[in-house]
Ligand binder design. Structure first.
Ligand code: SAM
Length: 315
């Protein structure tokens, strides 16, 4: 297997819908005309749920959606009318990620808004978020942990952390992409998160230097040549800046590792997502900048994330 494919495999990119040239025909063959709401069928439109579910699932399955029934249920629940359901199915059959059709994703049990063109939070990032929550919860009693979600996308990690940690947090997030920043602002407003736009650390208030207890950075880490191998959903509907990590996938992580020691409080932690094939190099990167590191595994025992810690005393 090529290094690019190996990196992709460990990055856990799921295959979801396969766009099809036949999508128009596909949708209309499964949605002839909405007979269940016609004059002779005056029941509320969702009442014919079994047949409707079967029709929607069949359309999704034919377009290559692996979890067609689950997706069909979600689309039916979300749609406010038969017309809207048909539009949702058309978009999904055309390859738009499910979360972009729905406008939300579930992450660590939290529902986060996902705007068009924003990176969809992945299940494989949940171990990182849980570890960040554990570390934030363990900060000294009486302190208010300072948490930064750098490269925040929707802000899903910060939102999950705020929901999981049962103590006040000072929450910041930042992203280079203004569309992601808008989305993160929506997701973090209710938990008092402040969201900034800009290139990595330059986006953050200077006053945070040396004070950050938990610095999360789920940076883009797909090697450039592996972008072409991503599912069309990612390639076509997620911005390149959210995916492309440069030649070996670690360009942005290198910059984060270099900057982190100046922003972390003594004893503070940097958490990044890594794939199995990048873990060793990522640990070396952290060591090059005086950070000690350990790997975090998911429930299957696969490498999911890396925690790098600024020593309490430099030495
Ligand atoms: C892999 S996505 C992760 C998004 C989110 N943290 C999550 O886990 O769902 C990477 C994010 O990094 C952002 N990004 C890429 N380069 C950046 C940079 N130089 N400075 C800040 N954000 C950056 C992208 O816009 C994208 O939202």
């Amino acid at each position: 297997m090529s290094p690019a494919r190996a990196a992709l495999r460990c990055a856990g990119w799921p295959a979801r819908a396969a766009p099809s040239d036949l999508r128009k025909a596909l949708v209309s063959s499964f949605f002839p005309s909405d007979s269940s709401t016609g004059p002779d069928r005056p029941r509320p439109w969702k009442s014919s749920s079994r047949r409707r579910l079967a029709r929607v699932a069949a359309a999704l399955r034919a377009a290559g959606c692996v979890f067609a029934e689950d997706e069909a249920r979600l689309l039916i629940t979300q749609a406010g009318s038969p017309g809207e359901l048909e539009r949702f199915v058309r978009l999904r059959v055309g390859g738009l990620p499910l979360e972009h059709v729905l406008g939300w994703a579930e992450f660590c049990g939290v529902r986060v808004a996902v705007g068009p063109g924003v990176f969809v939070p992945r299940r494989r990032t949940e171990p990182l978020a849980r570890e960040a929550a554990r570390l934030a919860g363990g900060c000294p009693v009486g302190s208010v942990p300072v948490v930064v979600d750098l490269c925040c996308g929707t802000g899903a990690i910060a939102a999950a952390l705020a929901a999981a940690v049962d103590r006040p947090l000072e929450l910041y997030a930042a992203d280079i992409d203004p569309v992601a920043v808008d989305c993160a602002r929506r997701n973090l407003a209710s938990v008092g998160g402040r969201v900034y736009q800009g290139d990595l650390f330059t986006a953050l208030p200077e006053s945070l230097r040396g004070t950050v207890n938990i610095l999360i950075a789920n940076v883009p880490y797909v090697p450039t040549e592996a972008i072409a191998l991503l599912p069309a959903e990612a390639r076509e509907y997620e911005p390149r800046v959210a995916l492309d990590g440069g030649g070996d996938g670690l360009d942005v992580m290198r910059l984060v590792a270099a900057g982190a020691p100046r922003w972390l409080a003594p004893g503070g932690h940097l958490l990044v997502e890594v794939g199995e094939s990048q873990a060793e190099l990522a640990q070396q990167l952290m060591a090059d900048h005086g950070l000690t590191s350990r790997l975090v595994e998911d429930e299957d025992g696969d490498v999911a994330a890396l925690v790098a810690t600024r020593p309490v005393r430099a030495g």
